[in-house]
Ligand binder design. Structure first.
Ligand code: ADP
Ligand code: ZN
Length: 210
């Protein structure tokens, strides 16, 4: 199964991607994570992406398209994959088409803007393993410490209030048109994001079946 997860930043794409990954045993590929890793290891691509990312803007299409091309050519993608955070523009979707990749389904997780703002501003991530927490909804067992690896929890630069507004604007402007793009192809499945992750998961898994 070749899947795309669509949705605003903070809609829960990453969480759902990890769950589907376990369920179907296909890799979850997050362009955001790949870029952050490149940044941490100080590669040229990472440095180039940093200013865009920190200000909430999209990294240029050709950069992310190259990342995806390389990643999808790897062996573990042979039986399918879940794309989390790619494509984010029509140009990226067209590039995917040109690569000859036939996407099976696109799951769009819908969450209202007010909710997104609340979720992103309370989000904290582990600086070591990237696990995600929330000050109100998903507290770690020990404040400021990752349950999984004991790493310190930090706030992503792009989760600060000003940047959240910019990311939402970018989402509505550049990414949301993808809904129409995939709807026309008959591939769009809409999932209403729920308060509880488990409830969203039920809807996501149902969208994979019918
Ligand atoms: P979120 O979904 O919470 O916004 P991501 O980790 O997916 O976070 O992405 C973080 C940032 O990485 C984006 O704001 C953008 O700068 C960059 N990025 C990730 N994926 C793409 C993409 N497909 N196209 C352009 N930029 C991207
Ligand atoms: Zn951790």
């Amino acid at each position: 199964m070749k899947l795309i997860l669509l949705g605003a930043p903070g809609a829960g794409k990453g969480t759902q991607a990890e769950i589907i990954c376990q369920h179907l045993n296909i890799p979850a590929i997050s362009t955001g994570n790949i870029i952050r890793e490149a940044l941490n290891s100080g590669t040229e691509m990472g440095l180039k992406a940093k200013s865009y990312m920190d200000s909430g803007k999209l990294v240029p299409d050709e950069v992310v398209i190259n990342i995806i091309k390389e990643r999808l050519a790897q062996d573990d993608c042979k039986n399918g994959f879940i794309l989390d955070g790619f494509p984010r523009t029509i140009a990226q979707a067209e590039a995917l088409d040109r690569m000859g990749i036939e996407i099976d389904r696109v799951i769009d997780i819908e969450v209202p803007d007010e909710k997104i703002t609340e979720r992103l501003s309370g989000r904290r991530v582990c600086g070591e393993c990237g696990a995600s927490y929330h000050l109100l909804y998903k507290k770690p067992q020990v404040e400021g410490v990752c349950d999984k690896c004991r790493g310190a929890l930090v706030q992503r630069k792009d989760d600060q209030p000003q940047t959240i507004l910019e990311r939402l604007a970018v989402y509505h402007d550049q990414t949301e048109p993808l809904k129409g793009y995939y709807e026309k192809k008959g591939k769009l499945f809409i999932v209403e994001g729920q308060e509880e992750v488990a409830d969203t998961t039920k809807l996501t898994l149902a969208a994979l079946e019918d």
